[in-house]
Design a protein around this ligand. Structure first.
Ligand SMILES: O=C(O)[C@H]1CC[C@H](C(=O)N2CC[C@@]3(S(=O)(=O)c4ccc(F)cc4)c4ccc(OCc5c(F)cccc5Cl)cc4CC[C@@H]23)CC1
Length: 276
């Protein structure tokens, strides 16, 4: 059984859903529903974290993180990531049309897209003044993650967050952007690419509508560039996960959350014990 539980099977009745009946009214409704879902399925609010932005880890706390073993710190981050992914699954299920896709296509989109959405969501909290990211309730610099022994991946994650902040996206723009990151008909192993394309087309209309309304059409190509960076970041993450599972098979096999293995371990190999 899939860990991505709660995904409802494809409902043919929903197939009649089309925004072409009244394009403008439905584009506004589509955007409003995606923005609402984004807000409801984010773990924190940007304004809440603005108030916390100077809550940094003390020297002792940083030492404590740095003295964790590699597998302890990896397990800690894998748990945090899995929590964040649960919220992204909820966000995906509320994107108009996502639930009308087959269950396998819903899982295929989440397998490749959820980490990317988490990274975009992370960048909302990044403090560019001191290069810190929100982690475990405070703001952490890259040095906090030293014991992970994957400095290149951490540096790439921080660089990505910094680049995203430079675009100064609004929450509405981020909501539509993350929906588009998820609903991508070019993802591997989709059963019904055409159906995903139809849903993707609607979300694209929503994003271009929002950017046009904000007089920021020029952002669109920058967002497509960021999508390419996201894909390379996630490839790096999977490579590191392979490296880690070879070195620490016990931790990867038995201590990582099942959902993490379901999402990030390639089918079958690497982490046996994932239920299918
Ligand atoms: O509002 C919300 O929903 C947001 C709340 C906050 C959420 C958030 O920022 N996050 C959820 C978990 C966390 S983190 O806070 O643990 C974190 C980890 C490393 C960082 F450099 C920065 C943050 C995370 C965990 C693992 C990871 O890559 C895979 C990975 C491993 F698995 C193991 C080792 C190394 C790596 Cl790199 C990448 C990220 C980036 C997103 C981060 C994002 C959603």
């Amino acid at each position: 059984s899939h860990e991505l539980m709660g995904i409802h099977p494809y409902n043919p009745l929903e197939d009649t859903y089309s925004i072409y009946a009244h394009p403008l009214r439905n584009i506004d409704e589509l955007c409003a529903s995606i923005v609402r879902s984004h807000r409801e399925t984010s773990q924190c609010r940007v304004e809440e974290l603005q108030a916390l932005r100077w809550k940094l880890f003390s020297r002792e706390e940083i030492q404590a993180y740095q003295s964790k073993t590699v597998d302890e710190m990896w397990q800690h981050c894998a748990i945090q990531l899995t929590d964040a992914v649960q919220y992204v699954v909820e966000f995906a299920k509320r994107i108009p049309g996502f639930r009308m896709l087959s269950q396998n296509d819903q899982i295929a989109l989440l397998k490749t897209g959820s980490m990317e959405v988490v990274l975009v969501r992370m960048s909302r909290y990044f403090n560019t003044e001191n290069n810190t990211v929100f982690f475990d309730g405070k703001f952490a610099g890259a040095e906090v993650f030293k014991s992970l022994a994957c400095g290149d991946l951490i540096a790439a994650v921080f660089d990505f967050a910094h680049d995203m902040c430079a675009l100064k996206l609004t929450e509405q723009q981020i909501a539509l952007f993350t929906a588009l990151v998820l609903i991508n008909a070019d993802r591997p192993c989709l059963e019904d690419r055409g159906r995903v394309q139809r849903v993707q087309r609607n979300v694209e209309l929503g994003l271009t509508h929002i950017l046009h309304r904000d007089n920021q059409d020029n952002l669109l190509h920058k967002l497509y560039q960021r999508m390419a960076v996201l894909r390379s970041l996630c490839r790096l993450h999977i490579e590191k996960l392979h490296w880690f599972s070879q070195r620490y098979p016990l931790t990867a096999h038995s201590l990582f959350p099942p959902l993490y293995k379901e999402l990030f371990a390639s089918e079958g190999e690497l982490l046996p014990g994932t239920t299918h």
